[in-house]
Design a protein around this ligand. Sequence first.
Ligand SMILES: Cc1cc2nc3c(=O)[nH]c(=O)nc-3n(C[C@H](O)[C@H](O)[C@H](O)COP(=O)(O)O)c2cc1C
Length: 640
Amino acid sequence: MSNLYPNLFQPITIGGRTLKNRIMSAPNMLFQVVDGRPTDYYVGYLEHKAKGGAAIVNLGEVPVIRGGNHTPFIELIPENLNIFGEIADAIKEHGAMASIELTHCGRKGRPWINKQLKGPNREITENGIFCEAMTEQDMEEVITAYADAAEYAVTAGFDMALIHAGHSWLLEQFLSPLVNKRTDEYGGSLENRMRFPLRVLKAIRDRVGNKIIIAARISGSERAEGGFTPADMAEFLNRAEEYLDMAEVSTEDWNYCMPSTYIPWASNREFVREIKQSGKVKFPLYLVGSIVSPELAEEIIASGDADGISFSRALIADPAMPNKARAGRIDEITPCLRCMRCTDGDNKTRFFRCSVNPTTGHETRVGFMEDIPEAKIKKNVLVIGGGPGGVEAAVTAAKRGHTVTLMEKNEELGGTIRYAKDDALKPDLKRYLKYIQKLPYLYPNITVKLGTEATPELVASFKADHIIVATGGEPIAPTFIEGWEKARDILDAYFHPESVGEEVVIIGGGLSGVEAAAHLGALGKKATVLEKYTCLSDVGTSYGWGVKLAVNQYGVKLVEQADVLEITDEGVRYAMGGREILKKADSVFYAIGMRSNNKLFYEIADKAPFVDIIGDAAQTARIGEAVVGGYYAALDIGAF
Ligand SMILES: Cc1cc2nc3c(=O)[nH]c(=O)nc-3n(C[C@H](O)[C@H](O)[C@H](O)COP(=O)(O)O)c2cc1C
C-alpha cells in the first residue's frame, strides 16, 4: 500500500512526545453536559476521534477558574479530576495524545452563565454585561489558576494543554489593540499587551515543566482595521518560545473562525504562512480552519506553510478520516458540508448533530460508525430513491451483509442535491454529491439501477424482503398566486442556467430561496427575493452569517413583508405596507417549500414483509434527517 499523504503521515516529535502523524482533532466544546458534567456521549465522541486515527485529540474549552467559564462546562479543579481522567484515558487507549484546552472568557461571558465579568477594561460589554477591569491581584489569581489547571491536567493524564489565546477570549483580549484599552503596563504597545498572556504561559511552564506539551491556540490575525496582525503574533510566539512547544493558528472574526461553506477553504493559511516565514517561531505551527480534506492538508504541509493540521468539522463528519486516508480509502471519506449544523444546534438544545454523520452525538449508544455489525439474517433489500437518505440506507445495509438494489429514476444519484453540481457557491455540497454518487459502487453487494422508475409492478417483481422508500420530496407550487404558472421551481434555475434572464425574482425567502439568489448573483444576475415574513427564519445563527455575507457580496436584494399578489409577463406584483409594487423580472422562481413524495409508499406498502419510509418522503427536512433516517432504517434490517 502506498502512502498517498507522506507529509500528513510523517511522524513529528513535539515537547518530547512522538506523534504518529500531523493530524490534530481541534477542540470541540459540545454543550453535551448535564449539571456541567460531560455526558457519556461527549466522552464517546472524543474516543472515536482517537479511534479514527488522529494523533492528538482535544477536549474543548475547559475553564480554569469559576467566573472564567462561558459554557456550562465544569472547571478543571481537583473535585472534577475523575471525569477528566476518564476522558484522557478514553482518548489515549486508542493511541492518540489527549489534549485539554484551557480557557478563560474574560469580558466575553454570557448573561445566563456569568454574573460578574473581569477583563482588560471596565465597561459594559456587547453582551450587555458589566465587566470590571482586572487588578494586579485578579491577574495573579488567573495566572495561578492556569498553572493549577495545567498541573491538574497532568494529574488527570493529559499529554497536552492547549492554552486558548485566540477567539476573543481573555488572553486575546489583552493582546488586541482594539479591545485592550488599558493605560498601565498591560495596555498600549504590543510589548505591554503581551505582558499578561506571557506571564500566564510562563507560570504554566514553571509549574509543569516538560511533563506535558504546552501549546497555544492563537488567532493569526484580528482581521480588522487596527487589529493585531500575523507579524504581531509572530512576535508574541517568539517571546513565548521558552514556554510553548507548539502553536495552532486560527483567526479572529466568527465568520472565519468556524467558516461556513461561503468562506474559502483553508482561510487562515496566509496567516500561518506569514508567521512561519517571519522566521521568528522555532516550534511547530499547526493550521486550523476549513481544511476539508487530506489532500488539502498534505499540500499545505508540503508547501511548508504549516507543520501540521488541526481538523474540527472534517473529523465530525468522519472521525475515521485519518485512518481511511492512511489506508488509501479516499472515496469512503465522508466530506463535511460546512453547513454548521454542529454548532447551530448545540447552544440551544444541547443536541449535537452532524448532517452527514448519523452517529455524531450518539457514539456511545450506537458504536463506532466503521464497526457496523453484520446482520443476523441477510436480506434482499430494495432501496427506492438515490438521494442522501437512500444512498446512506443502501450502503449501511450493504455493510451489514444484505444484498441491496438501489433504484433511482434519474440518470444519476443525488436526489434533490443534484443541483449542487451547478451551484456557484457551495463547494462542500458539491464534494458530498460526488461522494454519494460514487459510494454505492464500492460495494459489490449493491446493484445500482439508474433511470429506473419504481412502479408497483416493478417493485413487486423484485420480491424484496425489505423495502426502504426514499423518494424524497417535491416543490410546492404557489397555486394561490395569480399567474403562478409563469414561475418555475427554483431548482430549474440551477439545472437550466441558460434559461434564466438578467433580472430574477424569487418568491420565498427561506434558506433555499436566499441561497439560490446568492448563487444567481454570483453568476452575474440581479436577484431579488420577495418574502412574506422574515427572510432566513429557518437558518441557524452561524450558517446565517455566511449566507448573509454571500447576499451582500453578490448584491442580492431581500424584500421582507412582501405579499405577492400576481405574476405577470412583466414581473411580480406585490403588496407591502399598504402599497402595491411591481418588481420587473425576466425570470420568476418560487421556493416556498417542499412536500413529501409518498405516493409510491402507499402503493407498495404490502409488496414486502417490511416496508419503511425515510427522509423527505416521510417528512420534508434537511440532509441530516434523510441521512439519519437511512442509516438507522438499515441498521434495523435483519433482526427478524
Ligand atoms: C461543534 C464545535 C465546537 C467547537 N468548540 C470549540 C472549543 O471548545 N474551543 C475552540 O477553541 N474552538 C472550538 N471550535 C472551533 C474549532 O476548534 C475550529 O477552530 C473551527 O471549527 C474551524 O475548524 P474546521 O474548519 O476544521 O471546522 C468548535 C467548533 C465546532 C464545530
